[in-house]
Design a binder for this molecule. Structure first.
Ligand code: DGL
Length: 265
């Protein structure tokens, strides 16, 4: 039994997709969320820069005596996870493996699409893991860098968003992709627009739910679960002005964000 909070970080709002799922499967856990909004996007930065930011984010979260860290950012998970796991004593969980596990569960053997930031796609993190599990699988990857600013702006389903979705995903649709991994924590917020374009038969894989299940399993195995049935605090920290984060975040979470603070790290 352990009442210390779980620490979660992302470059911005996207990690809230993981928070939403953690709240569902672990309602008794306290959470400290860190959104590095001042340095976003991570997705077009180098591995060295993203790793440096990620280490700083973890050090910030450790000040709250967190018992586990969730890297709720595909870019950081793709390029920095081994470094973080080596450096810190607490368990560190990323979002790539859970996403791949989920894709393998729902896939019918046809082509798998992977979309993400430039850094995630060029790291080949998804491709390598998928190929290791199913060597013959056909994978079509595509970076979709404009999706992140659309989400941060709260443009989740308007005409411009739909136009950009069709521009990016046209090739994947043509290639007959039936399982599409949303390899960026921001993209589940665009599910409705992506669904409209790809059509109902295409399964959208969002790693958030699977990541939350992994967190629960790891806490349980390490006897770190809280004994509370209702959490006491969810605190949000961001590195730039919190107004837009709060507005879009509340819309997405469907609950009020009670505690939010701008910090310098
Ligand atoms: N959080 C990033 C990811 O999941 C997307 C936003 C960014 O580029 O910083 O890849």
């Amino acid at each position: 039994m352990d009442r210390r909070p779980i620490g979660v970080f992302d470059s911005g709002l996207g990690g809230l997709t993981v928070i939403r799922e953690i709240k569902k499967v672990l309602p008794g856990e306290d959470i400290v969320y860190f959104g590095d909004t001042a340095r976003l996007p991570y997705g077009n930065k180098s591995k060295e820069t993203v790793t440096r930011f990620s280490k700083e984010n973890v050090r910030f979260l450790l000040k709250f005596k967190v018992k586990l860290i969730v890297v709720a950012c595909n870019t950081a998970s793709s390029v920095s996870l081994p470094a973080l796991a080596r450096l810190f004593d607490v368990p560190v969980i990323g979002v790539i493996r859970p996403g791949v596990e989920r894709a393998l569960e729902v896939s019918d053997g046809s082509a798998v699409g992977v979309i993400g930031t430039r850094a995630t796609i060029s790291s080949d993190a998804y491709k390598r893991l998928l190929k290791r599990r199913i060597p013959e699988v056909k994978i079509i990857s595509k970076p979709c860098p404009l999706f992140v600013p659309l989400v941060e702006e709260g443009w989740l389903d308007n005409n411009i968003t739909l136009r950009i979705v069709s521009e990016y995903l046209g090739d994947l649709k043509k290639a007959g992709v039936k399982t599409l991994i949303l390899g960026c924590t921001h993209y589940p917020l665009l599910k409705s627009a992506i669904n409209k374009f790809m059509g109902k038969g295409v399964r959208l894989v969002d790693s958030a739910h699977e990541t939350a299940r992994t967190v629960k399993r790891v806490l349980k195995e390490s006897s770190l679960l809280s004994d509370r049935t209702k959490s006491r605090s969810h605190r949000y920290f961001v590195t730039d002005e919190p107004a837009n984060f709060k507005k879009v975040g509340e819309m997405f979470l469907g609950t009020r964000i009670g505690f939010i603070k701008k910090v310098n790290i």
